[in-house]
Design a protein around this ligand. Structure first.
Ligand code: SF4
Length: 153
């Protein structure tokens, strides 16, 4: 029986090729942290879960951030100018469902992503203080979300 505590983790931080460009953003500090604390990583990619392809166009907020998007006061678009808000909300809901199914109460998500950003996201090309859509939804449901920056610091 596995006695490790499950933790939700952005799949790209674990070495999976889930990023918009089809690449990974593996973070050795996160992998070390998981091993040292005997955690069981539960990989999620909210953008894939939300129905987006890999590779895909990069996306960003055209206004608002994750928190405001969840109350209908935010939007996301991709580099081609297509609105992709519904994919991000869907991906956040699916991620929350996975957290509930697996009993995760903590998540390590990728900073600055429009889904996974914990303290910062992009509004157009400008980095702003804010949360990604999945981070916002998980936080609202009592899940403690930290980023790879918190692990490295
Ligand atoms: S949505 Fe999150 S998990 Fe998926 S590639 Fe982007 S940062 Fe990584």
């Amino acid at each position: 029986m596995n006695t490790r505590t499950p933790i939700l983790v952005s799949a790209c931080l674990l070495g999976l090729n889930t990023r918009y460009d089809g690449k990974t953003k593996q973070c050795p500090a996160v992998c070390r942290y998981i091993e040292q604390h005997k955690l069981l990583p539960v990989p999620i990619c909210p953008e894939q879960l939300g129905g987006m392809t890999t590779p895909r166009c990069a996306s960003f907020f055209s206004f608002g951030d994750g928190k405001t998007t969840l109350i209908g006061d935010g939007k996301l678009q991709n580099e081609q100018g297509q609105e992709v808000t519904a994919h991000f909300i869907n991906g956040a809901q699916q991620s929350l469902q996975i957290a509930k199914l697996t009993g995760c109460t903590t998540a390590i998500l990728k900073q600055r992503s429009p889904s996974c950003g914990v303290n910062y996201v992009y509004l157009g090309t400008k980095k702003i203080a804010g949360q990604g859509v999945t981070t916002a939804l998980l936080t609202q449901h009592g899940i403690n979300v930290i980023s790879e920056d918190d692990i490295q610091s």
